[in-house]
Design a protein. Sequence first.
Length: 377
Amino acid sequence: MLELIQPVYTFVGMQFNTKTINLQRYPKTNNRSLRPWSAADELLLSKALELGLEKKKIVLINDSFGALATALNPFDTHTVANNQSQVKATKLNLESAGVNIKEWDYSSPLKLQIELIDIALLKVPKSAELFRLYLQQVYTKSTSSTVVLCGFMTRNYTPQWLEIAEHYFAEVTQSLAVKKARVLVLKKPKKNANLYPLFHTIKNELDLNLKHYSGVFSGAKVDVATQLLLEHLPKIKNTDAVLDLACGNGVVGAFVRKIAPSCTLSLIDDSFLAISSAKLNVPKDKVSFHWSDSVRAVKEHKFDFVLCNPPFHFEYENTIEIALNLFEEVASVLKSDGSFFVVANAHLNYRSQLIKLFSHVSLVIQNGKYEVIVCKN
């Protein structure tokens, strides 16, 4: 099978405490401009060092490639991981640094497996809702002396972050910029700050009541691309096996379950919050859920239909490599007469890549800037 992306490890020197730390990026990338760390990581580490790290309970949040975990490995750190790709990236970098990964632990954003937090290092995510969820979880584990450091690149700053931070902490200050990065410093947790529900319910255009954890894509309504895909689904029978790939909150799976109540469903997403949302929305009978960044999670199964609205944003980055890797894996789980339906922005030109992987690739519909493509082995 033709490999779309030649695997390339990117080794980059991140500076911390007079040392250079070599890091790798997972998933592997051909784009050398996509680094496994940023100036915000370095500034977070510098500010943390000023606080003193010995004998402190340190929590690391949104550490996408394990840069913070690798640098702070000698100290007592605990990682909060939302993406399965983050777990894999962190293990990869810890192992490369000679660390026994059995000694590394992590927990989900919904249930922090740590009693109290002295210092939290948080890379501010693109989603303000997710930022609120992370801060609220830290707030519930805070003491009067807890310090939260929130790192970001200045080009991504939004005043809403200050509003969210000031909801939970009485003292919120901002550092000077260093290499176009800044840090919000949060101190003095407020007493009895109002806690927001971890998820909310939305009734959408498909007459589905969907529960949705904060920070999961398209929570307020069905996005235009997914709507287009659902409007042009094939006839799915109760005897079919269907894979909802990159499922988000499970809207596609929930819709399929509505039109084919007895079909077999599998749902995959890299995000823990997404797959947790899907579990709230799709009836459990003949359904399996997989917190994974890879189709290999269901490699023992064959599907009549694979349905996908693939991501091309990874936080603040735009990259199609994640989607292309998923496409390459799909061929191995399709039945001989199975169909792979993809919806995407037309400008991404996925068809030019899909024809390298599948025998038959055709356009179902193009509507504005979106298109639905069907592929067969």
